[in-house]
Design a protein around this ligand. Structure first.
Ligand code: ADP
Ligand code: MG
Length: 240
């Protein structure tokens, strides 16, 4: 489980996270929504220690993420992260892109990692693209490759930051379908998204960010259909 308590984070004079409290249980899907600059990406970075925090505490499966003695690389293996912009190795095929980290980081042998890569690529619907290079894949296929690469590390948690935002509208659905499948399989996910209907359908809970605070958090369906706070109503009114 991920436990976030009183997390504060500033960049220079700008306080970006102003006391975040949030708990994510195993198997839960939590969607983070909110306007640009409200701190959603920063929170994901603080969860897997890509950014430090100024106050508060982040705990993942009982481990204090920001404690000096915590092995950050080991901790990050628990959490797959996928960003808006795809960052595959251009000179490697889809299969090799997925196989690389398990081989390098987990020390699995080559045959084993290639077989696993095929399995994970088939899982995200890319079983027929094993030997394609990233440049030979559509944006939606590239994002599914990024998801397969994250899954190959057998993470306990997936952190997803607007993974469909850079895609042409007709490619969004195939990536959301992949995430829906993972959610059904019980992977714990924290997903920043602007796809409100997706959040409503797939998430267990939704948290609405506004200017560095969680303004409202609750069960996905009720928060989206019947937001209680004026700012949430305003945001959803604009985006829907
Ligand atoms: N590395 C950084 N250095 C300075 N300012 C940053 C950095 N990362 C984010 N910010 C600022 O923090 C605020 C929150 O950013 P972010 O977490 O990316 O918001 P969101 O993901 O909700 O759009 C923004 O004002 C952004 O410009
Ligand atoms: Mg962001």
């Amino acid at each position: 489980m991920i436990k976030i308590e009183g997390v504060r984070k500033s960049f220079g004079a700008l306080e970006v996270l102003k006391g975040i409290d949030l708990t994510v249980e195993r198997g839960e899907v939590l969607c983070l929504i909110g306007g640009s600059g409200s701190g959603k990406s920063t929170l994901l970075m603080c969860i897997n220690a890509l950014e430090g925090i100024d106050a508060g505490r982040v705990e993942v499966d009982g481990i204090d993420v920001h404690a000096p003695q915590t092995e950050k690389n080991k901790l990050r293996q628990k959490m797959g992260i996928v960003f808006q912009q795809f960052n595959a190795f251009p000179h490697l095929t889809a299969r090799d892109n997925v196989a690389l980290a398990p081989r390098r980081v987990l020390g699995q042998n080559k045959v084993e990692t290639l077989e696993l890569a095929e399995h994970h690529l088939a899982h995200v619907g890319l079983g027929d693209k094993l030997d394609h290079f990233p440049s030979e894949l559509s944006g939606g296929q590239q994002q599914r490759l990024a998801i397969a690469r994250a899954l190959a590390m057998k993470p306990d948690y997936m952190l997803l930051d607007e993974v469909t935002s850079a895609l042409d509208p007709e490619l969004v659905g195939e990536v959301l379908d992949t995430l829906r499948l993972l959610a059904e399989e019980g992977i714990t996910m924290i997903a920043v998204t602007h796809e409100i209907p997706f959040a409503r359908e797939v998430a267990d809970r939704v948290a609405f960010f506004h200017q560095g605070v969680i303004h409202e958090v609750g069960p996905a369906k009720s928060l989206i259909s019947n937001p209680q706070m004026e700012r949430t109503q305003e945001f959803l009114g604009k985006i829907l």
